[in-house]
Design a protein around this ligand. Structure first.
Ligand code: UD1
Ligand code: UDP
Length: 366
C-alpha cells in the first residue's frame, strides 16, 4: 500500500510527525508533499528539523495568495503528482487550504482520502477553516476524529458512520514526544530559554500570546484595541508575543503606543513554544492547536474568539472563550494571578498513542 501525506502550514507539521514516524515502522510505503503554504524558515523548516521529519518528497513552493489562487494552484500541482504516484490513500490534516486542495483533487480522481482531525466544527462559516473542514469531511473516505464531539457532528451531517473512527488527538502525540525530548536534550529549547533571560521573564509570571485569525488581526482598529489591552495588562504581568507573519504585516502599518513590558518577537520553533507554554502563567490566543496544548499541559487558556471548533477544551480542559470582551479578559487574568484559574483534565484518547492507532487501521486494510 502506498500513502501520500499532504502538509502545508505550521499546524500540520506537528500532526504529520508522529504518523510519519509510526508508518516508517510498517510495510506501508509513504511519501510527503509540502505545498509550501507556509514557507518562512520559522514557520516551516524548523518544525521538520526539531520533529525529525525527513525532507518532503515534493515541495511545491506555492506560497501566499488569495484563497482561490492558493487553493487552485495547489490543486493543479497536486493532481500531477497524484496521477504520477498513484497512491492508494492520501492523508490530510486539520483545516488549512492545503487540506482542502488535496481532498478535492483526490475526490475528482477517485483516490481515497483519510482526514486526520475530522469532524471539528465551530459552526461559524465566516471562518475559512470551517469551509475547509466541512468540504474535506464530505469527500473523505476515512474520517479520524480527535474527540467524540467530532463523531457527533459528522453523524448530524449524514456521514456514513462506518467511515468515522475516534482515534484521539494526534497533536498530543507530538506534545508528549517533544516534552520527553526536551527533558533529555534541554539544549533543543535553548532559544526559548534565552528569550526568558533576554526579557527577565520568570516561570509562571508572564503571559504568552499568539494571534493570527483574520477576525482579530485583519481590521487595524480591532488589532490596535487588542494590542492596547495587552499593553495595559503587561504593566502588571509581562506579556511575550511571538508574532505570526500575517499579524506582523498588519502591525507594521499601525502607530502603536510603546509598552515596556509587552515583548514582540518572531515566531519560535515548536520545542521552544512548548517550553514557553509550560512556563507561562496563562496563554491568550486565537490558535486552534494552542487551545488543545494548554488543556493537555493544564495551563489556563483565554481564547479571543466567539466560538471554538474544539469545545472539549472548554468542557474538559482549561480553555475559556473571551470573544472581544476585554473586561472579561482582564477579570479572568486577575483570577489566574490569584490562583483561581480554570482547572481541567486531559480528554480521553489524548494519550500520545493516536498515531499508533491510525497505523493499525491502515495495517488492517493491507
Ligand atoms: C493559515 C491557515 C489557518 C491556520 C494558520 C496557522 C488557511 C485558510 N489558513 O492561516 O487555518 O490557523 O495558517 O498558522 O489555510 N506569511 C508569511 N510567511 C509564511 C506564511 C505566511 O509571511 O511562511 C504571511 C503572508 O503575508 C500571507 C499571510 O501570512 O499572505 C497569511 O498566510 P496564509 O497561509 O494565507 O494564512 P494564515 O493566516 O497563515
Ligand atoms: N507554535 C509554534 N511557534 C509559535 C507559535 C505556535 O511552534 O511561535 C505552535 C503551537 O505550539 C502549536 C501550533 O504552532 O503546536 C499551532 O499552530 P497555529 O496557531 O499556527 O495554527 P492553528 O492551530 O490555529 O491552526
Amino acid at each position: 500500500m502506498k500513502v501520500i501525506q499532504v502538509v502545508g502550514a505550521r499546524p500540520n507539521f506537528m500532526k504529520l510527525a508522529p504518523l510519519h514516524r509510526a508508518l516508517s515502522d510498517s510495510p506501508i510505503e509513504q511519501k510527503v508533499i509540502h505545498t509550501g503554504q507556509h514557507y518562512d524558515a520559522f514557520m516551516s523548516d524548523i518544525f521538520f528539523e526539531q520533529l525529525q521529519i525527513p525532507r518532503p518528497d515534493y515541495h511545491m513552493g506555492i506560497g501566499s495568495g488569495t484563497h482561490s489562487y492558493q487553493t487552485a494552484k495547489m490543486m493543479i500541482g497536486m493532481e500531477e503528482i497524484f496521477l504520477q504516484e498513484k497512491p492508494d490513500w492520501v492523508i490530510v490534516y486539520g483545516d488549512v487550504n492545503s487540506t482542502l486542495a488535496a481532498a478535492l483533487v483526490c475526490a475528482k480522481n477517485n483516490i481515497k482520502i483519510c482526514h486526520v482531525e475530522a469532524g471539528l466544527r465551530s459552526y461559524d462559516r465566516t471562518m475559512p477553516e470551517e469551509i475547509n473542514r466541512i468540504l474535506t469531511d464530505q469527500v473523505s473516505d476515512l474520517l479520524l476524529t480527535p474527540s467524540i464531539d467530532g463523531n457527533e457532528n459528522l453523524m448530524k451531517e449524514g456521514i456514513d458512520p462506518q467511515k468515522v473512527i475516534l482515534v484521539g488527538n494526534i497533536m498530543i502525540d507530538s506534545l508528549f514526544w517533544s516534552l520527553d525530548w526536551i527533558n533529555k536534550h534541554p539544549e533543543v529549547a535553548q532559544p526559548a530559554f534565552n528569550l526568558l533571560n533576554k526579557y527577565q521573564l520568570k516561570p509562571n509570571q508572564y503571559i504568552l500570546v499568539t494571534l493570527h485569525r483574520p477576525s482579530n488581526v485583519d481590521e487595524p482598529e480591532k488589532l490596535e484595541q487588542i494590542i492596547n489591552t495587552l499593553g495595559e495588562i503587561s504593566n502588571k504581568t509581562p506579556v511575550l508575543f511571538p508574532v505570526h507573519p500575517r499579524t506582523q504585516k498588519m502591525l507594521e502599518n499601525l502607530k502603536l503606543q510603546k509598552y515596556p513590558h509587552l515583548f514582540f518577537e518572531t515566531p519560535v520553533g515548536y520545542m521552544d513554544f512548548l517550553f514557553l507554554q509550560q512556563n507561562a502563567l496563562a496563554l491568550v490566543t486565537d490558535s486552534g492547536g494552542i487551545q488543545e496544548e494548554t488543556t493537555a499541559l493544564g495551563i489556563p487558556c483565554l481564547t479571543l474568539r466567539e466560538n471554538t471548533e474544539r469545545p472539549i477544551t472548554i468542557t474538559h480542559g482549561t480553555n475559556q472563550l473571551i470573544g472581544s470582551d476585554f473586561d472579561k479578559l482582564r477579570f479572568e487574568l486577575n483570577e489566574i494571578i490569584h490562583g483561581r484559574g480554570k482547572k481541567g483534565r486531559i480528554p480521553e484518547l489524548w494519550d500520545g498513542k493516536t498515531a499508533e492507532r491510525i497505523k493499525h487501521i491502515f495495517i488492517k486494510m493491507l
